[in-house]
Design a protein around this ligand. Structure first.
Ligand code: SF4
Length: 218
């Protein structure tokens, strides 16, 4: 009997570009579809392209070709597809180090133990402000990472207020601050982080720094 099927945008092997595991070799499984429409989205193709249906077995076999790599389940929004749970469970059971990148709007409660969850909280100027599921604050684990994508001083101030009011610095492993290119420079965001006196982490997409002419990582 076939294992559950998932709609996949692309799979590829590259360097993890973001978060505390940036720089490590990583096998990416980008799932199709998203429930948000962020203004600064850099992966619209995850929704626009038709994608292909793959079984969990086939995805596990594809990941097995890169046994030493991290495995990142990303999107789009991976949690839209119920079979993503089984995919993550199987990968963890196989001893793989698994990252889930999620937009924070859907419940993270069912994500298998052992998965490192990188959870977005969308800022007011993203076009998806208010999309974060408040119940997720109570589901965070010490291994998780929270990501804010910052386009302005106003977004930064909001992200700081949110981080402090929800004790994110003690709840998760890292609070990441990513600049929206063309709207705020990494240097300016770095200055804001330093002035805040808080343990925020400047989060640059290193794949874009080392391969600036590639429109996508695949
Ligand atoms: S949640 Fe992510 S994939 Fe979806 S629209 Fe926003 S940035 Fe794009």
């Amino acid at each position: 009997m076939n294992t559950p099927a998932i709609k996949v945008c692309e799979t590829f092997f590259s360097l993890q570009g973001e978060g505390t595991l940036a720089g490590l070799p990583c096998f990416f499984i980008r799932l199709s579809g998203c429930n948000l429409d962020c203004l600064w989205c850099d992966t619209t193709y995850a929704t626009d392209e038709p994608g292909r249906i793959m079984t969990v077995d086939a995805l596990i076999a594809a990941a097995d070709e890169f046994p030493a790599a991290l495995v990142a389940i990303t999107g789009g929004e991976p949690l839209l597809q119920p079979a993503s749970d089984e995919l993550m469970r199987r990968l963890i059971a196989a001893g793989r180090r698994v990252i889930l990148e999620t937009n924070g709007s859907l419940s993270i409660a069912g994500v298998p133990e052992g998965v490192i969850r990188v959870v977005d909280i969308k800022c007011p100027q993203s076009g998806a402000g208010g999309s974060f599921s408040a119940a997720n604050y109570g589901e965070l684990r010490p291994t998780d990472e929270i990501k804010f994508v910052i386009s302005s001083r106003e977004d930064f101030d909001w992200a700081v207020k949110t981080s402090v009011s929800h004790n994110l610095f003690t709840a998760v492993n890292a609070v990441l601050m990513s600049p929206v290119s063309n709207l705020i420079t990494a240097a300016d965001l770095g200055e804001l982080i330093l002035a805040s006196g808080l343990p925020l982490r400047l989060n640059l997409q290193i794949h874009r720094l080392i391969w600036p002419h590639k429109s996508r990582r695949a």
